[in-house]
Ligand binder design. Structure first.
Ligand SMILES: C[S@@+](CC[C@H](N)C(=O)[O-])C[C@H]1O[C@@H](n2cnc3c(N)ncnc32)[C@H](O)[C@@H]1O
Length: 296
């Protein structure tokens, strides 16, 4: 793949070093889709059987008992009745992890600050067995409509949707939530395998702008947390400014913010440069950055 964007090439070389060429090769083709079976509406075995009877070949994702890679599809999985009925959600494994690491519990009040189109909101709802409360916020009205559509399709009854700038949320909900997810808007280099637009618009100035917004979002999110609560910060990108630098900003400003070690029993990840969070490796999964913070 020919990437005619010097800023982007520099960032990828800087992050992946010797694996630069390997990453470029990897980014040429989309990954096979992964689906999550929505246990709010359906039973995992039933949906597995329905799809395999239609000719889909599914293989289990080791770590999550309701997630499957679609090895073969006779037609687009997004066009099945099961998708329409909200029995399945097409979602990268990497995108499931931040919601899982938030460890949602039935009794929690959770804020998903940048929620649209709702991949993680609807998974959090599933993990809460459709109980507790999730406030799912996004600044973008069009994307919020898609969020509402997905929340409805997946049968999530514990979700309230709001449309505000995330960075002002603490003005209304200081110390209110048990858990907060900040799945931040970012330069999205990890999505290059399916989104070649990144090559056109990526530049350092944009990275700096994202970094500033992300710092404001994580700060507001942290202030919204109750004492003892958890915040998960994630991006689908690999720039220092949008990941480690954002966490560093929060930790330096708030003495009561402490990084929690993320322990995963598979080897598709490595620690970030400052040992705050983890990066998921490109390969089977999409690159993703995840950091977990506790308010003490
Ligand atoms: C990476 S996407 C979120 C994906 C979503 N969490 C999911 O899993 O489906 C980032 C989102 O942040 C939203 N966003 C951008 N600026 C924002 C802001 N200032 N406040 C709240 N949301 C914002 C964008 O509209 C976009 O939907």
């Amino acid at each position: 793949m020919d990437i005619k964007n010097n800023d982007l090439i520099k960032i990828i070389k800087n992050h992946y070093g010797d694996e630069f060429e390997k990453f470029i090769e990897w980014a040429r083709f989309p990954l096979r889709p992964i689906i999550r079976i929505n246990t709010i509406k359906a039973n995992v075995n039933d949906v597995y059987n329905r799809l395999t009877n239609k000719g889909f070949i599914l293989s289990k994702i080791n770590f999550i008992n309701f997630a499957f890679r679609v090895e073969y599809y006779p037609y687009e999985i997004g066009k099945t009745l099961e998708h329409y009925l909200g029995y399945i959600y097409v979602q990268e494994f990497s995108s499931m992890l931040p919601a899982i690491l938030l460890e949602p519990k039935e009794e929690d009040i959770i804020l998903d600050l940048c929620a649209a189109p709702g991949s993680k909101t609807t998974l959090i709802s599933q993990l809460m067995n459709n109980r507790g409360v999730i406030i799912a916020n996004d600044v973008d009205i069009d994307r919020t409509s898609i969020l509402a559509f997905n929340v409805d399709r997946m049968g999530c009854l514990n979700v309230i949707i709001t449309q505000y700038k995330g960075e002002i949320f603490h003005n209304y909900y200081e110390s209110y939530f048990d858990k907060v997810l900040v799945d931040a808007p970012c330069s999205a280099i990890g999505t290059l395998h399916k989104n070649k637009e990144v090559i056109k618009w990526f530049n350092y100035k944009k990275v700096k702008e994202f970094s500033k917004l992300q710092k404001n979002l994580i700060e507001s999110a942290f202030r919204c947390l109750k004492e003892g609560g958890y915040l998960v910060y994630s991006t689908c990108t690999i720039t220092y400014e949008e990941n480690e630098e954002v966490i560093d900003y929060l930790l330096k400003k708030y003495q009561n913010a402490k990084v929690e070690k993320i322990l995963l029993n598979f080897d598709h990840h490595y620690n970030d440069y400052l040992n705050y969070g983890i990066y998921l490796k490109f390969g089977e999964f999409e690159p993703f950055y995840i950091c977990k913070i506790r308010k003490i």
